[in-house]
Design a protein around this ligand. Structure first.
Ligand SMILES: NC(=O)c1ccc[n+]([C@@H]2O[C@H](COP(=O)([O-])OP(=O)(O)OC[C@H]3O[C@@H](n4cnc5c(N)ncnc54)[C@H](O)[C@@H]3O)[C@@H](O)[C@H]2O)c1
Length: 290
């Protein structure tokens, strides 16, 4: 696979992440095929991609001709075998379930070319375990994109136990080609991003709990003192307190570290339904901004 487009990239799962991955692949000159079990999702995905590209054009960030060219390189397929036929890269972005992902990957491997690279966009599951039943685990790795895909620059390239060096090299070329910055990480819980991000968020919650400072001032410390674009508590509100609690439980167990023990305040707020922006309130009141 080359860094300058021209490959066939199939994306399985046309939700929040899959549609974004297909969009950036098509923008970079690849032929991108989106597939989903739900036809309605494919229609919504195409509408969302068109809207994102239109916004790019109206903001002067995307040339009108580039928008047109990207859309001609994008297509959809309901059947997975059709989508992955002749693909050099297949990225799965189906929901975060080990059993579902393993079965989708088996289906992909059965229909994709022998030399195709298979990738998972999992944000937390073990890539090594996910690839355990594959016949060619050396061609499998994690490509962890961030949301929204067309804006966020980082991609974690996750090297599983069996991933071959040439697979990592080709994946890095693809990531550079779609204009993103890769980092290579070993297959370890939370990879690099979530592991560090969560620890900061949990400690900030413990500080609120201990009365060290208000949520607003703790956030201010990180924004003004450390130049973070957003404080850890505001970010927790945006991600969802329930989502962060789930990740904290998982990392606490899998890494066996007290740094990830869920703070009581977080558990209590989730019990009370204070989940952050989506519920109208968390560490901040969100009102209509929901
Ligand atoms: N949403 C995020 O912020 C984010 C960020 C990074 C990584 N991730 C990871 O990306 C993956 C996808 O997350 P998402 O938020 O896009 O999920 P989503 O629920 O928005 O989309 C998943 C899509 O997969 C489809 N699907 C389900 N079963 C399928 C199957 N068997 N074959 C084909 N399609 C199928 C669903 O119809 C749905 O359209 C997850 O592993 C998630 O952990 C999500």
């Amino acid at each position: 696979m080359t860094a300058d487009g021209g490959a066939k990239v199939a994306v399985i799962g046309a939700g929040t992440m899959g549609r974004g991955i297909a969009q950036v692949a098509a923008m970079a000159g690849h032929e991108a095929v989106l597939s989903d079990v739900d036809e309605g999702q494919l229609e919504r995905a195409m509408a969302a991609i068109r809207a994102a590209l239109d916004k790019g054009v109206s903001l002067g960030k995307v040339e009108a001709a580039a928008r047109e060219a990207a859309l001609t390189r994008l297509s959809t397929a309901t059947g997975l075998p059709d989508a992955v036929e002749g693909a050099q890269l297949v990225v799965e972005a189906v929901p975060e379930s080990m059993a579902l992902k393993r079965s989708v990957l088996a289906e992909i491997e059965a229909a994709a070319p022998e030399e195709a690279i298979l990738a998972t966009n999992t944000s937390s599951l073990s890539v090594t375990e996910m690839g355990a039943d594959l016949r060619r685990p050396g061609r499998f790795l994690g490509l962890h994109f961030f949301n929204p895909v067309h804006i966020m620059a980082l991609v974690e390239v996750v090297r599983a136990k069996e991933t071959e060096a040439s697979t990592v090299e080709q994946a890095l070329a693809f990531v550079h080609g779609v204009g993103k910055e890769p980092i290579v990480v070993a297959d370890s819980p939370g990879f690099a991003s979530s592991r560090l991000g969560i620890v900061l968020g949990l400690e900030a919650i413990r500080m609120v709990e201990a009365g060290v400072a208000s949520a607003k001032d703790i956030d201010k410390a990180m924004v003004l003192g450390y130049r973070h674009p957003m404080g850890p508590l505001r970010l927790t509100d945006l991600v969802g307190l329930d989502v962060r609690l789930g990740i904290a439980h998982y990392l606490h167990e899998s890494l066996d570290s007290e740094a990830f023990r869920p703070p009581r305040l977080l558990e209590r707020m989730v019990d009370e339904g204070r989940l952050g922006r989506k519920s109208g309130g968390g560490f901040y009141e969100w009102g209509n901004e929901r």
